[in-house]
Design a protein. Structure first.
Ligand code: KIV
Length: 280
């Protein structure tokens, strides 16, 4: 359990000391309270909640209201863990003013410590504007799921010389613009390692190998809560989906067999006189 509040400074120190940063996504209060009791350093309320919590096919329909709602729920379960709120599609694309206003809402109403936005060089103006408003920014480059239509699907990024150079440039530009951390998603391991070595700010990988300064996974993925296929970069650290299904079936069986609830153990008493009175 983090005994001291994690901040932009402690996360930066971790990179400087060669200590890896462990991050997870989180979308609700109960899970946040569990994470708070562990060694996880930082939590992202990702717009991935559009898929994992809301059941959309991608993250595009997620709104600012959705993000603020879930970020605020998570914030109430955290104390020392650093909290990042994700900026959803079209919440920062239009102008610097729009970006600052919505980033501000994630801090004021969602109680996040920082915001994350997808995009490299193209969004440096927005990063600069948000940082100027004293709001720490995590950039996100590589596979940026909000660009799924532009990319033509969820694909590994930076595999040829031109795209690899572009990604390296994106990483340097977002650092220059003031981002204090950058997420690298679905980037070849050697390229992600090179980026991590060239940047002074921490890199957080997801599908980007062990050369990054930290890692993030979607918590439902790492707990194996889906029946569907997990991406190649996911490792199942437990099989909670199976445990939940077993528990749901055990409950259903006991209800149908009338062995749950048990009188006395799961029930409340009423005085016999009250019952007698009711029967009159
Ligand atoms: O939305 C999200 O959960 C993310 C992580 C996968 C990095 O952006």
């Amino acid at each position: 359990m983090a005994l001291k509040k994690q901040t932009v400074n402690t996360l930066q120190k971790m990179k400087e000391n060669g200590e890896k940063i462990a991050m997870l996504t989180c979308y609700d209060y109960t899970t946040a309270t569990l994470i708070e009791q562990t060694d996880i350093d930082a939590v992202l309320v990702g717009d991935s909640l559009g898929m994992t919590v809301m059941g959309y096919d991608d993250t595009l329909p997620v709104t600012m209201e959705d993000m603020i709602h879930h970020t605020a729920c998570v914030s109430r379960g955290l104390k020392n863990t650093f909290l990042v709120g994700d900026m959803p599609f079209m919440s920062y694309h239009i102008s610097d003013e729009q970006a600052v206003e919505n980033a501000g809402r994630l801090i004021k109403e969602g109680h996040a410590n920082a915001v994350k936005l997808e995009g490299g060089a193209k969004y440096c103006s927005q990063i600069r504007a948000i940082v100027d408003a004293q709001i720490p920014v995590v950039a996100h480059i590589g596979l940026t799921p909000q660009s799924v239509n532009a990319f033509g699907g969820f694909k590994v990024q930076g595999k040829n010389v031109e795209r690899a150079k572009e990604l390296l440039e994106d990483a340097k530009k977002v650092e220059e613009a003031g981002a204090f951390m950058v997420t690298l998603e679905c980037v070849p391991e050697k390229l992600a390692t090179m980026i991590s070595e060239e940047l002074t700010i921490p890199t957080i990988g997801i599908g980007a190998g062990n050369g990054c300064d930290g890692q993030i996974l979607v918590y439902q993925d790492m707990l194996d809560m889906y029946d569907g296929l997990a991406p190649k970069f996911v490792k199942h650290f437990a099989h909670i989906g199976r445990e939940m299904k077993d528990a749901f079936n055990a409950y259903s069986k006991e209800v149908k067999e009338k062995t749950f609830p048990v009188t006395g153990e799961h029930t409340f008493k009423i005085a016999d006189e009250v019952m007698e009175e009711l029967k009159k």
